[in-house]
Design a binder for this molecule. Structure first.
Ligand code: ATP
Length: 369
């Protein structure tokens, strides 16, 4: 990062008794960035967010905002606001009173507070609902109230813990776009915790992937997808065919499949995995003469795309291929299989696999040696 970061986290270590939640985590977040903390349940995301907010105190490390150390500073003194998973709205107060509550508590001048509440209600589209109570709102509208309440205090940093988890799938998708628009419009720095990789990918400028309390990779969504630093990240971000083998000259030597040409540096002879995204798998009609072939097991129509699962003849393993639009393939068809772009990553222990994303699509396919 060329300019000074807004938030600088260095060597943070946090534990609850014998459970180590964060091991030596260091990262920087820039002003105006939409930053996501992503990882499976229990990896330490919420603990890191709570350390930034001041609800937990790390045993070691520094957390600096605008160059000022926050560790030891009370939560309400930090120029940071946190939006909780539950939204925690006051049920007996109207939308506008819920939003203005924090300003009143801070003794902001009444006229000024009223002006700011009106302004924020306009930004999040709540003007018409100002007099309603939380129970008279939909889930998406309640989420907007919680967001408005967090924004109205104009924190330097807004922390959001699984902000969309209470919403159903469709509302969630539109709120993802809205959150991103809002972040641009209000010009705040957002740090969002999520375990949903699609959500992180669609909203964040950069994503920190955490695993067992350690930072596994920090990069833009594009880099995480195209150049995962580990097998874990490859399996966690997007769909992937994971072909386990041994690093060889120019690729990964996978038993029964031969060398899969791959980018990425793993020392020759070391355990490695070739990561092939489904869109980089080409299926053809020339099964009889191809080096690799397989049998179509299933096809999933997902609207603009179809996913085809193919059982490789050589290994009995399933791989996924993405095809634009519909596919003429049917269960039982023999196809040739060619791998396009692949990335070699060091092979550590098998990664946890996320539940299917949609339409029966499996997030990661394991092809092990
Ligand atoms: P989730 O997505 O399930 O909320 P997370 O990634 O946010 O998970 P944390 O809540 O930060 O994970 O938890 C990290 C680790 O610390 C886990 O092993 C968890 O069991 C443990 N932990 C969290 N809070 C406490 C607590 N108050 N007391 C003891 N252990 C805790």
């Amino acid at each position: 990062m060329t300019t000074d970061p807004l938030l600088h986290i260095e060597g943070v270590h946090a534990a609850y008794g014998d459970t180590i939640a964060l091991h030596d985590v260091s990262l920087d977040i820039a002003d105006n960035e939409f930053f996501a903390l992503l990882g499976p349940s229990g990896c330490g995301k919420t603990t890191l967010l709570r350390c930034i907010a001041g609800f937990e105190t790390p045993q070691a490390g520094r957390i600096e905002l605008d160059g000022r150390d926050l560790v030891g500073m009370a939560p309400h003194r930090r120029p940071v606001n946190m939006m909780f998973q539950s939204y925690a709205l006051f049920p007996h107060l109207s939308v506008e009173k819920n939003i203005g509550y924090g300003l009143e508590a801070d003794r902001v001048d009444r006229a000024e507070a009223r002006r700011r509440v009106r302004e924020v209600m306009e930004v999040v589209g709540l003007e018409e609902l100002a007099k309603r109570r939380p129970a008279q709102l939909s889930g998406g509208q309640r989420q907007r109230v919680a967001l408005a309440r967090a924004i109205v205090k104009r924190p330097r940093l807004l922390l959001l813990d699984e902000p969309l988890s209470a919403l159903d799938r469709q509302v969630r998708a539109s709120m993802q776009l809205e959150l991103k628009r809002l972040q641009h419009e209000v010009g705040l720095t957002f740090v969002v915790v999520t375990h949903d990789q699609e959500e992180a990918m669609s909203m964040a400028d950069r994503i920190a992937v955490l695993r067992d309390g350690r930072l596994e990779q920090l990069a833009t969504p594009q880099v995480l997808y195209a150049s995962p630093a580990s097998r874990f990240v490859a399996a966690f971000i997007g769909s992937a065919n994971l072909l386990d083998g041994t690093a060889a000259e120019g690729g990964v030597d996978v038993p029964q499949l031969g060398v899969i040409e791959s980018d990425g540096a793993v020392a020759a002879g070391a355990p490695a995995t070739a990561v092939v995204r489904p869109e980089d798998v080409e299926l053809g009609q020339d099964a009889a003469t191809a080096r690799l072939r397989g049998t179509v097991v299933d096809t999933y129509f997902l609207g603009g795309m179809s996913t085809v699962s193919v059982q490789l003849a050589a290994t009995d393993s399933l791989i996924l291929a993405s095809v634009h639009g519909t596919t003429g393939l049917r269960r039982g068809d023999e196809v040739s299989v060619r791998f396009g772009r692949a990335t070699a990553v060091a092979r550590d222990e098998p990664s946890p696999v996320q539940p299917p994303a949609s339409g029966g699509e499996t997030a990661a396919q394991e092809v092990r040696a």
